[in-house]
Design a binder for this molecule. Structure first.
Ligand code: NAP
Ligand code: MG
Length: 499
């Protein structure tokens, strides 16, 4: 069993308490690694290190170009570890090796490169229009780092989420403390190795492997942290926002979803059936923007469902470390129980199970669940309202497009969604009426590192990726330069002087 250490102030260290936690492979239920079990004291040590690195270290004062040189080195180091990262991510999170080798690791690394490159092109100074009131002055806006930032990340895309939190924070001149999910800390620790090998100054980047209830809460409440960003459930987001409010930290919240896929009457079913299934069953449904509610027109319903059930049969559930497998287990026993609970709830509330709903035959170990499709779902049923985060699709039949859009928007969430249609201008009109942060037309899940990603409504606050995401790691300073050069002309000083 491999023993890992966490990364604080440029060093790999055990938890101050000496306690550890076992890491399990969700496909075998066997432990295969051990990490430090950090608590509030470790969090305080990391905050002190990040604080010192920001307040008196060289990092925030470097030019973006200088920081980029370090971060491109991190990118190179990560590339050299690609195979190892892909295997670790698969064993840790239950992601298929097929997906981690083709997507999570190479795309994650590419996102980092793109974000650093984008930051290099960003204008850090913005001139303001000349103004001659009360007399002529020169005004501009400077973008500056925020300070010590903390990133709290989930277990669904552990490596990609490290990149989304660490890359923008670091390139914009902040120092960063990362808390991976308790279930999936390993690739974050490998990222720390890549940072250490690139020679970043101590304290600039830190990883704590400990629970949300102690380490997470310390990061969200400690006055030494200036900004906190989380990807996770809406409940946790609310808690973090509440804790952060006490010291008025900046927050970015990337939370849950219950995203709609709207198939229009004129859609091409070859594309839209596979698109709908890709939208919901990618990574066993453990994706925040998953299209978990499919709205299908009554006029073509039977035809669509027949094709859909046939295509579900082409999803191969099995050992995630086998390259032929296209769907692995869910991440943990707790998640397995949660998803199975929702499936029971769907049946209890009167939805009709079309396929799946069970542990697949031949798997007595591992947290495997068959791809599951419910029909006759009403938009007010629990399975259509709450985030399940597992391989469960709710199909809702609609009569008119307006009804479909109204139901799509009748949700506390607003993260993603899709429209399938052969009439692109019309699909764009429909996309504009969906109240979510991202809408794909005739596709799903393609995240563009140059485009903003985030939620409307209770799916979040702020945006990640693109210049929008980089700006969330800066604050703006207005600088006013007086050009009067003559005390006697500064009549506004007379507001306080009598001569
Ligand atoms: P979660 O509790 O929201 O976990 C996300 C992250 O927040 C983890 O690193 C977690 O640490 C941390 N955290 C938890 N409680 C915290 C607190 N009070 N203060 C600070 N940090 C805290 O999600 P989960 O319990 O693992 O999963 C529950 C459900 O959340 C899932 O079924 C799914 O519906 C949803 N979820 C959504 C996303 C998304 O991307 N939208 C991602 C993951 C989960 P620990 O790992 O130590 O608990
Ligand atoms: Mg949790």
């Amino acid at each position: 069993m491999e023993r890992y250490k966490q990364f604080i102030n440029g060093e790999f260290v055990d938890a101050l308490s000496g306690k550890t936690r076992l890491i399990y492979n969700p496909a075998t239920e066997e432990p295969f690694a051990e990490v430090p079990l950090a608590d509030r004291e470790d969090a305080k040590a990391a905050i002190a290190a990040a604080r010192k690195a920001f307040d008196s270290g060289p990092w925030p004062g470097m030019s973006i170009r200088e920081r980029a040189r370090y971060l491109y080195k991190v990118v190179e180091n990560l590339k050299a570890m690609e195979g190892e990262l892909a295997m670790l991510e698969s064993m840790d999170a239950g992601a298929t090796i097929r997906k981690t080798t083709m997507m999570d690791i190479p795309v994650g690394i590419e996102h980092m490169r793109l974000l650093v490159e984008l930051a290099e092109k960003m204008d850090l100074y913005e001139p303001l229009p000349w103004i001659d009131f009360p007399r002529i002055s020169w005004n501009f806006v400077a973008r500056e780092p925020i300070g010590v930032t903390a990133g709290i990340i989930p277990w669904n895309f552990p490596f990609m989420m490290v990149i989304w939190k660490a890359a923008p924070a670091l390139i914009m001149g902040n120092t960063s403390i990362l808390k991976p999910a308790s279930e999936t800390p390993l690739t974050a620790l490998k990222f720390a190795q890549a940072v250490a090998d690139a020679g970043l100054p101590p304290g600039v980047f830190n990883v704590l492997t400990g629970p949300g209830s102690t380490v997470g809460e310390e990061l969200a409440s400690n006055p030494g942290v200036d900004k906190i960003a989380i990807t996770g459930s809406t409940g946790t987001g609310r808690r973090i926002m509440e804790l952060a409010s006490r010291t008025v930290k900046k927050v970015t919240l990337e939370l849950g979803g219950k995203s709609p896929t709207i198939v229009l009457e004129d859609a091409d079913f070859e594309q839209s059936v596979d698109g709908t299934l890709f939208g919901v069953f990618f990574h066993a449904g453990q994706v925040c923007e998953s299209g978990t509610r499919a709205f299908i027109p009554a006029s073509r319903y039977d035809e669509f469902m027949e094709k859909l059930v046939d295509r579900v049969g082409h999803i191969k559930v099995g050992d995630p470390q086998d390259f032929e497998t296209t769907m692995g287990p869910v991440v943990s026993k707790a998640q397995y129980g949660r998803v199975m609970g929702y499936i029971r709830k769907g049946l209890d509330e009167g939805a009709k199970l079309v396929t799946g709903g069970r542990r697949p035959d031949g798997f007595d170990k591992g947290f495997f669940i068959e791809p599951t499709v419910f029909e006759n779902v009403r938009n007010d049923m629990t399975i259509a309202r709450e985030e399940i985060f597992g391989p469960v699709l709710s199909v809702i039949k609609y009569e008119s497009e307006d009804d479909a859009i109204a139901m799509a928007n009748d949700s506390m969430y607003g993260l993603g969604g899709a429209v399938f249609s052969t009439d692109i201008p019309h699909a764009v009109e429909v996309a504009k009426r969906i109240r979510t942060g991202t809408v794909w037309i005739n596709d799903y899940h393609l995240i563009n590192a140059l485009a903003p990603f985030g939620g409307y409504k209770q799916s979040g606050v702020g945006r990640e990726l693109g210049t929008y995401g980089l700006k969330e790691y800066t604050q703006v300073k207005h600088i006013h330069v007086d050009l009067t050069m003559d005390r006697s002309k500064k009549f506004w000083y007379d507001y306080i002087f009598d001569d």
